[in-house]
Design a protein around this ligand. Sequence first.
Ligand SMILES: [Zn+2]
Length: 324
Amino acid sequence: MFCGRGIVLASSIVLGLWLAGCSAPEATSPSTSENTEATADRGAETEGKKKVLTTFTVLADIAQNVAGDKLVVESITRIGAEIHGYEPTPSDITKAQDADLILYNGMGLERWFEQFLGNLEDVPSVVLTEGIEPIPIAEGPYADKPNPHAWMSPKNAIVYANNIRQAFIELDPENAETYNANAEAYIEKLRAIDAQLEADLERVPENQRYLVSCEGAFSYLARDYDMKEIYMWPINAEQQFTPKQVQGVIEAVKANDVPTIFCETTVSDEGQKQVAQSTGARFGGNLYVDSLSTEDGPVPTFLDLLEYDARIISNGLLAGIGDN
Ligand SMILES: [Zn+2]
């Protein structure tokens, strides 16, 4: 049950600390074509390769980029699935029995994971948020537990890629060179996205950098890019867009003159559209968080997801500058 107001204004005082660790841009604009190929032509080439499972599509895509053609990588949950409260099927368990490694997000994202892993004998697992400073959830049933959506900040995604590289080198030391090279190339693309987003947001006046979403999935992005968060509920659970949550966001949007609001693709945006109607704020679109899209959708890869969201957010905020 959610009893709180559904709103948090995250402080950005730790920003300096985070930016200090940020590397200068050194890459050209990211390309994702080789990744699409990597996931597309698995078929006949799986023989003799070790099998890596991930808990959701975002992790599978990062892992596939680091693995190249040396490992078989698959996601347990499918595209568009609700990943927090997923209920694994018997066939998920069967499929995982012969995995050589399972990669998961941790920070409490996969509430089903511990039990799932308990069904498997001796399959090693590696948590990918190791080394990321968690942001606690402010309220609700998961209050004070870490917000699990760490991958949503390109700066954190670099940590994921490095953790995957390390896990693969331990799993398959013979191909260490490939994993190192692939991880480096991928991290360069993440740095380019990071630099672009920073440059775009710099054009938005500081007092107008509000990121209004449905799920509070953008805490890390807000922390790393000096934005304030307003959301309808802290983490996807049973209670979504209750009248109280909607009212809370309406009040916060009005109080701060927020020009543009957003929601996410895996939940209903109905509540946020009510907010737009009552406040006159523009609905800026649905962001991708917990899942990639299908191949023919807008974000078949994680780099696409980060770029897409960055574009929607900065366009939305920049469009609002003239309004206030
Ligand atoms: Zn989520």
